[in-house]
Ligand binder design. Structure first.
Ligand code: SF4
Ligand code: SF4
Ligand code: SF4
Length: 314
């Protein structure tokens, strides 16, 4: 490797934060861009080669599904980027911008999955990754169902797959399976062993639809529930419900609409996250904004993001 190439540091990339300074002199962690945590085996092999050549004895798997190369000397940045590029592997980014979305496996192979959370994560990564917010980081997560394994509600925007069930009583054979499988007891067994549905406890998991042997239960609506304003860190918040049954093909536009509101309302407030901006403005302000473009999916009312008490007694 030539000296000229060794000393050519990409300051733009450094600033974007995919290269994170470590304790050791001249050493950095290189965070890789892995939307949805999905990684082809061939790309994984290439990453292992690059890590072996330029990094330490191990890699780190971040809590947001990134692979991080450890102990990389800054003099090798260009080589690392170039060689990762041979497998189309890119470096991630930090700072006040849209981060790499995380996602569970979704409906492709997970039996609980109701939507293609992997496809959504890839689409958001492709169209919105790196978009500057002007204020703070912006995290997005996709869960295939209301179990919410990726803890989507602690992201700035969290999506969970959902199904709203409908019942054709004529097709029911009174087997009782739906009531047994409905953990929140939104379905109980009534007269003649027929199911009785209550809307309020239903978490839109779709288990009744899956278990019914005669297809008496079917889906009336399918899409994402959307919780907004979550974050982790020193002062965590859980995002609250702003939209229901948002179709998968409207996800990117919806996030862009939230970003537009955030950029505007956080102006002059310094380094403030979306959740704190919603608390300051009131959730109705964001609901009103979203209702203009997404009237059929925006909920009628909601509450502000909820504080999680992590410092008990203070
Ligand atoms: S959130 Fe649902 S679909 Fe995703 S991993 Fe968990 S159980 Fe499976
Ligand atoms: S699972 Fe289907 S057939 Fe069985 S009780 Fe429920 S609705 Fe009726
Ligand atoms: S969608 Fe889930 S919670 Fe709602 S009625 Fe069906 S099984 Fe019960």
């Amino acid at each position: 490797m030539s000296d000229a190439k060794q000393t050519k540091i990409d300051l733009g990339n450094l600033k974007a934060g995919g290269f994170i300074k470590e304790r050791g002199k001249d050493l950095f962690t290189v965070r890789l861009r892995v939307p949805g945590g999905r990684m082809s085996v061939s790309r994984l092999k290439k990453i292992a080669q690059v890590a072996e050549k330029y990094g330490g004895e191990f890699v780190h798997l971040s809590v947001r599904q990134s692979i991080e190369l450890i102990n990389v000397n800054y003099k090798n940045f260009d080589f690392v980027v170039e060689e990762l590029g041979e497998a189309a592997q890119k470096v991630a980014s930090c700072g006040a911008r849209v981060r790499v979305p995380v996602a569970c496996g979704g409906c492709e192979y997970n039996p609980n999955g109701l939507v293609d959370s992997q496809k959504s994560a890839l689409e958001v990564d492709e169209k919105l990754f790196g978009t500057t917010t002007g204020h703070h980081k912006f995290k997005v997560a996709f869960a295939g169902c209301p179990f919410d394994c990726p803890k989507s509600a602690t992201n700035d925007i969290g999506f969970q797959g959902a199904i709203y069930p409908q019942l054709d009583m004529q097709a029911c054979i009174s087997c009782g399976l739906c009531a047994k499988s409905c953990v929140p007891k939104a379905i109980v067994t009534g007269e003649d062993n027929k199911p009785v549905f209550s809307d309020a406890p239903c978490i839109w998991c779709g288990d009744c639809v899956k278990v019914c042997p005669t297809s008496a239960w079917s889906e009336a609506r399918r899409g994402y529930t959307v919780r907004i304003g979550g974050k982790w860190g020193r002062n965590p918040l859980v995002g609250t419900l702003f939209a229901t049954f948002l179709p998968e093909d409207k996800v990117v536009d919806f996030i862009a609409d939230v970003l537009e509101w955030y950029k505007l309302k956080a102006e002059g407030l310094g380094r403030i996250r979306l959740g704190d901006t919603i608390i300051k403005e009131g959730p109705q302000a964001l609901l009103d904004h979203l209702r203009i473009r997404f009237p059929e999916f925006t909920v009628a009312e909601t509450i502000a993001p909820q504080v999680i008490a992590t410092q008990v007694g203070k």
